[in-house]
Design a binder for this molecule. Structure first.
Ligand code: NAD
Length: 271
């Protein structure tokens, strides 16, 4: 008999970035634990597929196409969840983007990342900077701002932001990515304090190397994969489902006394 504190039966969840990868792993794990889930992401086919798999678990699965960097889209997502359930118990922010590029060209540097390295020889542009801030940080600001009034009214809520272990460990050629991810952890800590009195838990998960479509181009390259895995004490990639299992804990009553934390699910890299 599973522990009752982990049971999400009757809970409603919104998973932004749930069309594939980590967000999909989380959406399915929440559904398996009992939650109904609205899945939002940019690609219709992908959100439909995740919602279908949720319905196959005998939970309500709703798909919506949305760009999480757009205020109107997020308002539509939140309005749809409220119209369906009258409340939002769980918000997961998993939309995000990666980048690998120096701030300015480094002519003496020889890329060791094969095809994974695209445009190494021009400076990071304003557009690239703003794109990363929008994808990794503005998305979380917009979603929490839209869901906040509902969770405050409910006097209860669980928010899970997906950051990265690179928010705690700087990496060359990922200055912008690391910076946006570190900012997600601070956003999580500060918001947790602001909303603690309304019983809203705000936590983050900082995954290490997870096998998803986003990282496939690195991990399909044997040299790159072997090099990365040598830095992982547990010696393998993380699976999206394993991030989902941690999200179930953070979404459930089992974690009611935990707030403002980033939990690094990194196979021991940061240890
Ligand atoms: P992914 O590219 O495989 O999936 C991302 C999902 O988010 C897709 O469904 C995509 O449509 C959606 N998405 C992206 N931007 C969006 C936007 N603006 N609006 C709506 N939906 C959007 O990526 P992933 O590997 O699953 O990564 C998910 C999150 O986890 C990201 O924030 C990423 O930085 C973080 N992360 C990934 C890894 C990893 O190794 N894969 C490690 C640490 C952190």
């Amino acid at each position: 008999m599973p522990l009752k504190e982990f049971d999400l039966t009757g809970k409603s969840a919104v998973v932004i970035g749930g069309g594939r990868g980590i967000g999909k792993g989380i959406a399915l794990a929440l559904a398996e634990a009992g939650a109904d889930v609205l899945v939002a992401a940019r690609t219709a086919e992908q959100v439909e597929q995740t919602a279908l798999e949720i319905r196959n678990l005998d939970r309500k699965g709703i798909a919506l196409c949305a760009d999480a960097t757009k205020d109107d889209d997020i308002d539509t997502v939140v309005a749809a969840a409220i119209s369906e359930w009258g409340r939002i118990d769980i918000l997961v922010n998993s939309a995000g983007a990666g980048s690998r590029k120096p701030i300015v060209p480094l002519p003496d540097y020889k890329p060791a990342w094969g095809q994974a390295v695209k445009d190494f020889f021009s400076p990071t542009s304003d557009e690239e900077w703003h794109h990363m801030v929008d994808a990794n940080l503005t998305t979380i600001f917009l979603a929490t701002r839209a869901v906040g009034p509902h969770m405050i009214r409910q006097n209860k809520g669980k928010i899970i932001n997906i950051t990265s272990m690179t928010g705690a460990k700087g990496l060359s050629y990922q200055v912008v990515y690391c910076t946006t991810k570190a900012a997600v952890s601070m956003y999580t800590r500060a918001l947790a304090l602001e909303w603690a009195r309304y019983n809203i838990n705000v936590n983050a998960i900082g995954p290490g190397y997870v096998a998803t479509e986003m990282t496939a181009m690195f991990f399909e390259n044997e040299t790159v994969r072997d090099k990365l895995l040598r830095s992982v004490p547990l010696g393998r990639l993380c699976l999206p489902r394993e991030v989902g299992l941690l999200a179930v804990y953070l979404a459930s009553e089992a974690s009611d006394y935990l707030t403002g934390q980033t939990i690094y699910l990194d196979g021991g890299v940061l240890a």
